[in-house]
Design a protein around this ligand. Structure first.
Ligand code: SF4
Ligand SMILES: [Zn+2]
Ligand SMILES: [Zn+2]
Length: 314
């Protein structure tokens, strides 16, 4: 690899979309952290935060978020707590729980662990058996439900997630393909259009960070990010297609993911107005009491369906 464009050291990163393309370790880390801090300022992600949470999966994105937020929170004297969800996927989660515990201990961040089995009655392996191939939709709903409930129990007022640029671009493409504008409006970088005290605002400090760069950042920080792929990762066909499309575009036209992200922001601006007028307010789920746009929340609906078939398949 060539020399760094800022100094004479050996470059470790080539960023095709950037004017200055070659970065040594020191300049890449500086560039990476500066961009995240800029994102935090741009979307006022920590504005008014008194107790911050971070959804930790033990993967590169949430670990990078943890590494950036831990010193920042210390500086701002905002207590930071990590929440890790064990989905109950054999051979997948155990390794990352170990990594998450180790890194939280290193950074002095308390970690709360919750599980699908305990909170919903079903592990993801059990859900997969019953649903017969749509694991990710259950997983996403259950995870969001547990995160919100736990964050509220821990009295956190904002919850950071590791969603990176690639995740957000994929979400945009999937939403366009499914024509679900209300869901797009709800997916905010610093909280969506939902105004409900029971709903803990999500913030996404890696919104402008490409996935590959989060992995490189963690490697350069000396943190092991190796983990097995979730065995159900390819259940979400639409996400696979969106990922391939965005990656192909990026290779042929570097910078496309950033442009798609900016389109997402413009679209959201319009949608926020539209759905604010329609008052996208939440009610309490009649079963669990968590915020819901329907009489019963999606998690309770899903659990009910799984219970109905429990005796047949397990
Ligand atoms: S790939 Fe799907 S099932 Fe596996 S952890 Fe992610 S969302 Fe859950
Ligand atoms: Zn350099
Ligand atoms: Zn419910």
């Amino acid at each position: 690899m060539a020399d760094c464009d800022f100094c004479n050291s050996r470059a470790v990163a080539l960023l095709a979309y950037s004017n200055k393309k070659n970065f040594c370790k020191k300049h890449f880390i500086r560039f990476f952290e500066k961009r995240v801090k800029k994102t935090i300022r741009e979307f006022q992600l920590l504005h008014g935060a008194k107790r911050l949470g971070i959804a930790l999966s033990g993967g590169k994105d949430s670990l990078a978020t943890l590494y950036l937020l831990a010193p920042l929170c210390k500086q701002m004297r905002v207590p930071l707590t990590a929440i890790l969800i064990d989905e109950g996927i054999r051979g997948y989660r155990a390794h990352t729980i170990k990594t998450a515990k180790k890194e939280c201990k290193k950074l002095g961040v308390p970690l709360a662990v919750r599980s699908f089995k305990k909170e919903t009655g079903f592990s993801m392996d059990e859900v997969r058996k019953k649903s017969g191939g749509s694991a990710c939709s259950f997983c996403g709903v259950f995870r969001r439900w547990i995160l919100n409930k736990t964050a509220r129990e821990l009295k956190l007022d904002k919850l950071a997630t590791g969603h990176n640029l690639d995740d957000i671009v994929q979400t945009l493409l999937m939403n366009l393909a499914r024509n679900e504008p209300a869901r797009l409006a709800r997916f905010g970088i610093g909280g969506g259009v939902i105004e409900d005290d029971a709903f803990v605002d999500r913030i996404r400090p890696l919104a402008r960070t490409p996935e590959k760069e989060a992995a490189l950042y963690m490697l350069l920080k000396g943190v092991s990010i190796e983990r097995p792929e979730c065995p159900y990762a390819h259940d979400d066909v639409m996400r696979d297609l969106a990922r391939s499309f965005a990656n192909d575009c990026e290779v042929k036209m570097p910078g496309t993911k950033f442009k798609l992200f900016n389109s997402f922001l413009s679209l959201q601006k319009e949608l926020n107005e539209k759905f604010k007028q329609k008052k996208l307010s939440m009610q309490k789920c009649s079963n669990c009491g968590e915020p819901s746009s329907q009489e019963k929340c999606k998690k309770c609906e899903m659990v009910e369906k799984l219970r109905e078939t429990k005796k047949k398949t397990i």
